[in-house]
Design a protein. Structure first.
Length: 108
């Protein structure tokens, strides 16, 4: 269900800005480098992937990306970095800290 929503949102966004959709199914990690190389990609930007199966998959893909001369850049916003150390036991523990965190990084 989440995958269907995500796929629909990406297709809709691409359509609105006039881009062709090229779908890549995350199977074998080395496929990412092959796909990106065919398109002439030199850099892939993604949100920060902290842990879990996707992090493991990306680690497996890294040697192929490096060999192909493709940089993988993970983007993490200031508030992500500030909140991350507090995210150890679910949202409600973090929720209590949000005002102090936002003040600490100058958002309020």
């Amino acid at each position: 269900m989440v995958e269907e929503f995500e796929r629909g949102a990406l297709i809709d966004t691409a359509s609105r800005i006039g881009l062709d959709v090229t779908e890549l199914r995350a199977g074998v990690p080395t496929d990412l480098a092959r796909w990106a190389s065919r398109l002439g990609v030199t850099q892939i930007a993604t949100s920060y992937i902290p842990t879990g199966p996707l992090r493991d998959w990306i680690f497996e893909a890294m040697p192929s990306l490096e060999e192909a001369g493709i940089d993988l850049v993970e983007w993490r916003r200031d508030w992500d970095s500030a909140i991350w150390p507090h995210a150890t036991a679910g949202f409600f523990k973090v929720k209590k800290q949000i005002p102090a965190i936002m003040e600490g990084i100058g958002l309020i």
